[in-house]
Design a protein around this ligand. Structure first.
Ligand code: FBP
Length: 270
């Protein structure tokens, strides 16, 4: 069956909102506002995101009514920080079938490349891709080199290898961390071939730094970003969204995006 990536793309580009940190990091990322998934679904809806990424439980309880206007992406595996071990495997906790029943337009899976348990991870990821593609559902691989002292999250060669691995395994999209190396990352994107590269947001940073980083990301050849904390932890999430969205979808320059961000903040203040 043909894999339909168009549901989470607009003219070949994509801006996704990630909200699976409650499982991956625990409530330390959340406050009284952001602990409520409806708050983040509202941002996704009003910000016209090309998809919202959540775990199945959040989808089951909150993905109803007008939130269904936002394409749903379900993470199929996940692990907590309770055990605090870098070599932990992130096992599948939701089936492709269940994700589809919940309304998923795409599914996601984190691969910790270089982890001692890599053979098991790759076998499970391979099955996920096989099953999802049977239904024509695209797969986003979170390809994170991690779990061995010889590899590093942000090393350019390791990122390039992770991107290539994502392609070799059949990922439709590859989610990577950005290492602030514009030229190096262009090679990483090349290694991903026809798998489309998305970049994660990372820890919350100053919004100007984040917008500058987003501008750089869009010059590497990535098709977009899957961001979380830098949007929903911000006290003006829709202003940040508008600025990144214009850069991702309309190629807006960084200077114009910074201006737009300020204008949006002023509008909200009035
Ligand atoms: P952020 O933009 O908040 O970094 O979210 C992107 C993401 O990939 C999430 O989907 C995931 O929960 C998180 O980052 C994982 O980050 P890490 O593995 O570094 O804890």
């Amino acid at each position: 069956m043909r894999v339909n990536t168009n549901k989470i793309l607009k003219n070949g580009k994509s801006l996704l909102l990630a909200y699976d940190q409650g499982l991956e990091h625990g409530p330390r990322d959340l406050n009284l506002k952001t602990v409520d998934p409806s708050y983040v679904f509202d941002i996704a809806l009003e910000g016209m995101y090309n998809g919202i990424i959540v775990q199945s439980g959040i989808a089951e309880k909150y993905y109803h009514g007008y939130y269904k206007d936002v394409p749903l992406i379900i993470k199929l595996n996940g692990k907590t920080t309770f055990a605090n071990s870098p070599s932990l495997i992130s096992k599948q906790i939701c089936s492709v079938e269940r994700a589809i029943k919940l309304g998923a337009s795409a599914v996601g899976y984190t691969v910790y490349d270089g982890n001692p348990l890599e053979p098991e991870i790759l076998a499970e990821y391979g099955k996920v891709i096989d099953q999802a593609h049977e239904y024509g559902i695209p797969v986003i691989g979170w390809m994170y080199p991690r779990g061995s002292k010889h590899i590093a999250d942000l090393d350019n060669d390791d990122l390039a290898y992770a991107a290539r691995l994502g392609l070799e395994l059949g990922s439709d999209f590859i989610q990577l961390k950005y290492n602030n190396n514009l030229e190096g990352f262009k090679w990483v994107v090349k290694c991903a071939g026809r798998s489309k590269v998305l970049v994660a947001g990372g820890n919350k940073m100053d919004e100007h730094a984040f917008l500058r980083r987003s501008d750089e990301v869009m010059r590497t050849g990535a098709v977009g970003m899957a961001v979380g904390r830098n949007v929903w932890q911000h006290d003006r999430p829709l202003a940040v969204t508008k600025a990144i969205s214009k850069m991702v979808h309309d190629g807006m320059s960084i200077d114009d995006a910074l201006k737009l961000f300020e204008e949006e903040c002023n509008k909200i203040k009035k």
